[in-house]
Design a binder for this molecule. Structure first.
Ligand code: NAP
Length: 486
């Protein structure tokens, strides 16, 4: 930081009621590049008064926005999509600088934001109600969806803008106003995202941005009595706290949480395709995806051949600064995350795991880099087979049958994503039915989300809500039943 001048870095402020405002007493925190340790910029830490102001202004804007016809709301989203197209490179490069994912992934993520804006703009026209045959003459009965009010959107750092777009665009198209609290690591990416929405012309108060620590700013927002719905993506631990809090205030809460995703490889599988799917879903985004594959459950007779192929592909991955061309694996997001990964690998070895490849920090690169790591000889109840690591670490677990594989797959507290590689129609269909996961992939890795397809997890990976598709409307609206006698 010492050699940088003020003009080298960006400043992230708060966006409240259509205006950019600074933090009180110049209370700013730093955004650091995990690849280099350099300062990317400084970001405002909102005071509790500013959180209150953001919610109050969002609440005041609610009546106007709720009564704005959906095609007009959709037009703002379409405009935003065009503007995101223009600022794609800039936004992607800041995301890479703030949280480390390689540039092609960041560009792809901005593409998801654009697709979500178009999707929600179109889907808004299908915010259908229902009519029900009345039980009496001269009466009609209908049900309509209504927005809830102020939506608090709280998001993690691993997909700084895509996850925000899932929540914010679903909230806006259905007539809710928004206060967004992004993760502190990616507050500058959030600033650009909101600059685009501001330029698209959303009326003052409809979209607000507050930044600062989750424990203070996030919690104050979530607890605010004028917030009617919380849409949270993040760790199961924080999700549980928010769920507990929302039970006393009876706020609607949607939780998209952690995962311990597995790729099951049966003995009849195409091992080349399986290895490719495993490596892509385990190590892209440096394993920091809720849907990252962190367990391979493989039938013993093909284990050695599969591991050899996975090892070869893993060793060929290019690690480095995500802004440099050709890099496939960037750094972990911060020092804490690096230490978490180191701790889990140490524990795995203590519990009997054997390193196939990786297992070390990449010191010569300087940032928070860790080698993509494969550990075999892992038992289903070992720590690394049970707990979410959120890093580039893959556990190999051997089994003797499909039945045992499925038992191991379902034997964690999580239920986000399961993948099954097999040529058997029988096992593909049984797998789809028996996996207790919100997402099941046959002959594909664990990480893939298509627009319009419900996204979310079972068990401790969520609380039953779904995003991305029109099912997000179930989070952002409630039903009103109207009886008319004539
Ligand atoms: P996190 O620590 O739970 O934080 C998520 C967000 O919550 C951040 O904005 C954080 O703010 C805020 N926060 C923290 N404590 C809070 C509190 N007490 N009250 C209100 N807000 C609070 O998660 P993360 O480390 O950013 O992200 C990684 C986790 O997200 C992993 O578990 C991953 O599996 C999960 N995830 C799930 C999905 C899914 O769709 N299921 C997708 C992506 C990620 P600060 O960071 O500023 O403190």
């Amino acid at each position: 930081m010492s050699s940088q001048t003020k003009t080298d870095f960006l400043q992230g402020d708060l966006y409240i009621n259509g205006k950019w405002v600074s933090a009180p007493d110049q209370s700013y925190f730093e955004s650091l590049n995990p690849a280099t340790g350099e300062l990317v910029g400084i970001c405002a830490a909102a005071s509790s008064e500013q959180v209150d102001e953001a919610v109050t202004k969002a609440n005041e804007a609610y009546s106007l926005w709720k009564n704005t016809p959906i095609p007009e709301r959709a037009a703002y989203l379409t405009k935003a999509a065009q503007l995101f197209e223009r600022r794609k490179e800039e936004l992607a490069s800041i995301m890479t600088k703030e949280m480390g994912k390689v540039l092609p992934e960041s560009l792809g993520e901005v593409g998801v934001v654009i697709a979500t804006a178009h999707y929600m703009a179109g889907e808004g026209r299908r915010l259908f109600g229902e009519t029900v045959p009345a039980g009496f003459a001269d009466r009609n009965v209908r049900m309509v969806r209504e927005p809830l009010g102020v939506a608090a959107c709280i998001t993690p750092w691993n997909f700084p803008v895509a996850l925000a777009s899932y929540k914010i665009f679903a909230a806006l198209i259905t007539g809710n106003t928004v206060v967004w609290k992004p993760a502190s690591e990616v507050a500058l990416s959030a600033k650009i995202f909101v600059e685009v929405l501001a330029e698209a012309g959303f009326p003052a108060g409809v979209v607000n941005l507050i930044t600062g620590s989750g424990r203070t700013v996030g919690q104050t927002l979530a607890e605010h009595s004028d917030v009617k719905v919380i849409s949270f993506t993040g760790s199961t631990e924080v999700g549980q706290k928010l769920a507990e809090m929302s039970s006393t205030t009876l706020k609607r809460i949607s939780l998209e949480l952690g995962g311990k995703n597995a790729v099951i490889v049966l003995k009849d599988a195409d091992l080349d395709k399986a290895a490719d799917g495993i490596v892509k879903s385990a190590f892209t985004t440096t394993g920091q995806r809720c849907t990252a594959a962190s367990r391979v459950i493989v039938e013993r007779s093909v284990k050695e051949r599969l591991v050899q192929k996975v090892e070869e592909l893993t060793k060929s991955m290019k690690i480095g600064n995500g802004l440099e061309e050709g890099k496939q694996v960037g750094p972990l997001v911060n020092e804490d995350q690096l230490h978490t990964v180191e701790k889990y690998v140490k524990t795995a070895i203590e519990e009997g795991g054997k390193i196939v490849t990786g297992g070390q920090r990449v010191k010569e690169l300087g940032g928070y880099y860790y080698e993509p790591t494969i550990i075999e000889n892992v038992k289903p109840n070992d720590t690394i087979a049970q707990e979410e690591i959120f890093g580039p670490v893959l556990a190999i677990i051997e089994v003797d049958s499909y039945e045992e594989a499925m038992e191991v797959n379902n034997g964690t507290i999580y239920g986000l994503s399961t993948s099954i590689y097999t040529e058997s129609l029988h096992y593909a269909n049984r797998g789809a039915k028996e996996a207790v996961s919100g997402l099941v992939y046959i002959n594909n890795g664990t990480s893939n989300a298509e627009m319009g397809v419900a996204f979310g997890g079972m068990k401790m990976s969520g609380n039953g809500h779904r995003e991305v598709s029109h099912h997000a409307f179930d989070v952002m609206t409630e039903w009103k039943s109207i009886y008319t006698n004539y």
